[in-house]
Structure formats: C-alpha cells, structure tokens
Design a protein around this ligand. Sequence first.
Ligand code: FPP
Length: 238
Amino acid sequence: MEEIDYNNLPEHIAIIMDGNRRWAKQRGLEASLGHKEGAENLKRIAKFANSIGIKYMTVYAFSTENWKRTEKEVSAIMKLLKFYLKDFLTSANNDNIKINVIGTDFKLNNEIKEEILKVEEKTLKDTGMTLNIAFNYGGRDEIVNATKKIAEKVKENEMSIEEITEKTIADNIYTAGQPDPDLVIRTSGEQRISNFLLWQIAYSEFVFSNKYWPEFSNEDLLETIREYQHRTRKFGGK
Ligand code: FPP
C-alpha cells in the first residue's frame, strides 16, 4: 500500500459516523449496540488520528433531528455520551486530546451538561488533537445562533452592520478559532451532508466510505487521507 505523506496531512478531519444501526441489524442486534460499538470506534479512531498528527477532528454524534428517534434509542445515545465523557476524563489527559462539545445545550439534562463542562475544563490545556464532538448539533441552528449573537452586538452598539464580514460569522460559530475541515468523511455509503458544519465545509474535500462506522478502521482512515492527498485543492482559484 502506498505510504501517506505525513507532511501533507489534513489539519482538520470531520466525520459523519453513519451506519451504526445497519451494522447492528446485520448482526441481529439492537440499535443501541450499534451505537455502543460506534462509540468504541470513535475512541479508537480519535486516538489513532491524534497519534499520527491530526490537529482537529469533528465528529457528528447527535443531530438536532435525532430527537425524532425512539425514546429508547435516544436514551441509549445519551448514556453513551455520559459514559465516554467520564472515560475521557480519565484517559484523555494521557493522550493529550482536548475535548470540545459543540451544539446547543438546550434539551440536554443537567448531569450531561456537568460532565461536558468537567471534561472540557480538564482537557482545556491539552496540546494534542482537538476533538469536537457535535452533540445536539445542527448546521443551520449554529448559523441562527451566530446571527443572534452578532445582532445582539449591533443592538448594543458594540459593532456596526458595515463591520460584519465572513470573519464575524466564523468568530461566532462553535468552531471559532479553528481551521475549517480539509477533509469530510461519511461512512456507510450515504452521500449527503445532513446539516453538518454548513458554514465550515465551503472548500472541504469529501471522501465517502462504504464501511459502516463501527467497522471503519485505522487503515480505512489512512485510505481516505491517501485519497485526499491525491486531490488538488483550488479554493475557487485556478
Ligand atoms: C448514525 O448511524 C449514527 C448516529 C446518529 C449516532 C452516532 C453516535 C455514536 C457513534 C455514539 C455517540 C457516542 C459518543 C461517545 C459521542 P445511524 O444510527 O443513522 O445508522 P443507520 O444509518 O444505519 O440507521
């Protein structure tokens, strides 16, 4: 297999971790077990990405639309988030991974909110990869929130309408201060964006994998990076 170029890694990789339920169904298991295996895989992939030098990773763990799933499935995903946040509290520092949960905390219970704050605080100074976990996240919702924040500043005379630029939007979304994703991966053969990082993906490269998320391996990640490295990025220029 062709080596990847470690001097030309994507700085930021975003992943739509799709196919947990199909993975479970294929094995005659309940959906929640697919999510459990998906969460385990997220831990493996995050550690591996950090170890090869990826600086930012953003993963789609729960969308604002996922509340429409059965109560049983929603509650299983909430439990997994809580479990892995606690797990990261003990292991993240060893790996130097900085955890950042992005999305709105509206509708999340207090216990989860506390766990989020704890792990973010504990890993704040870590200098390895930043892992953004998009949870109760929607791309349009993020832009609406940013718009409200900016409107508030205009209303309070902290800035004028003329001063609003693309940077103003970038500074008021959840990923403020981070580079946009270079590479977006979606697993399980689906090829749509599903309201993920709408502002940030303007110039991202997309790679789709047919593997279901729980079986997407370190080698599959390297394969997507290889494909990314074969592309020529133009950013609208020549
Ligand atoms: C998409 O597969 C996956 C999700 C909606 C949930 C992803 C959640 C995790 C990986 C676990 C979250 C845990 C942590 C630690 C953040 P799907 O359910 O839509 O599968 P399908 O497309 O086969 O139906």
